[in-house]
Design a protein around this ligand. Structure first.
Ligand code: RP5
Length: 270
């Protein structure tokens, strides 16, 4: 994210990822007088304005003094501090991406100004050949393999999000009562891998992703062999993928997998 190059550009028609403007340095401390980020807030975000739609998931489009106050009370995982509203956009003060310029302002495809909280359940097992594998989904928006993670809903405990997202995206099918019980046990014993800002192609100068990744390693042979997977919401496919050095995953997912594997190998007593 600190690279001086423009981020991965995905150009999808309509409400998708947008081309970002060029910049030479992402560091806010280095002045860039001709920096002109593209303004973009997707229609799907505006259509889900919490003030206009019952069950809407996006912040209001109108920045009222009351909303500004609410915004300045939000706390980031990354800094552990309340947001500072020091980015001026169309005469309103907004939060500034803590990791630097992105080439895009507004919320893009993200619902919230500031941090947008997600949760990433990394489920692994050893296969019959002794290789470590993870459950991966093929995201149906960008067609890249990913951890089956998703957004934390308003008021939801992260531990619930981890399980809900795994069930919705990767285990969208019947499993025996025994397997479900074992899966429940598995999800009650995760190891925290990472919590904080992640480099996601949707990040903008004013809205960004922060996630909690938790590792759940399946030791139980029955669960490892017999857990049935089926792709559900937001997933075109699901499968066990061998974790190799050159595995390519969406956004920062490979970094989180590498961290989990490193910690896991250290924790295994030989
Ligand atoms: C990533 O976006 C997070 O790591 C998480 O996996 C994902 C959440 O977004 P959606 O899957 O809900 O689009 O940055």
């Amino acid at each position: 994210m600190n690279s001086s190059k423009v981020l991965t550009i995905k150009l999808i028609d309509g409400d998708g990822y947008k081309q970002k403007s060029q910049f030479s340095n992402s560091d806010w401390n280095i002045e860039e007088l001709d920096y002109e980020p593209v303004y973009y807030t997707a229609k799907v975000v505006l259509d889900n304005d919490i003030c206009k739609k019952p069950n809407g998931w996006a912040d209001p489009a109108e920045i009222t003094p009351e909303f500004s106050k609410e915004l300045s009370e939000r706390v980031s995982y990354t800094t552990g501090k309340k947001l500072t509203l020091d980015y001026e956009l169309f005469g309103k003060m907004l939060p500034r991406n803590p990791k630097g310029r992105t080439g895009i302002c507004g919320r893009g495809l993200l619902g919230k100004y500031g941090p947008n909280f997600a949760a990433d359940p990394l489920v692994t097992r050893y296969n019959e050949n002794g290789s470590l594998e993870m459950v991966a989904i093929l995201r149906d928006d960008v067609l890249e393999w990913a951890i089956p993670g998703g957004m934390v809903e308003e008021g939801e405990e992260v531990s619930l999000t981890l399980k809900r997202e795994f069930n919705e995206e990767a285990k969208n099918c019947e499993n025996s009562v025994d397997i479900l019980k074992k899966l429940d046990d598995l999800f009650s014993n995760g190891v925290l891998v990472f919590s904080g800002y992640v480099s996601d192609p949707r990040n903008t100068d004013n809205a960004w992703m922060e996630t909690t990744c938790v590792h759940f390693h399946i030791d139980d042979e029955d669960l490892a062999k017999n857990l049935k997977l089926e792709a559900g919401s937001d997933a075109a496919k699901v499968k066990w993928v061998t974790i190799t050095d050159d595995l390519k995953l969406y956004a920062s997912h490979k970094d989180m997998v590498d961290l989990a594997v490193k910690n896991f190998k250290k924790s295994v007593v030989v």
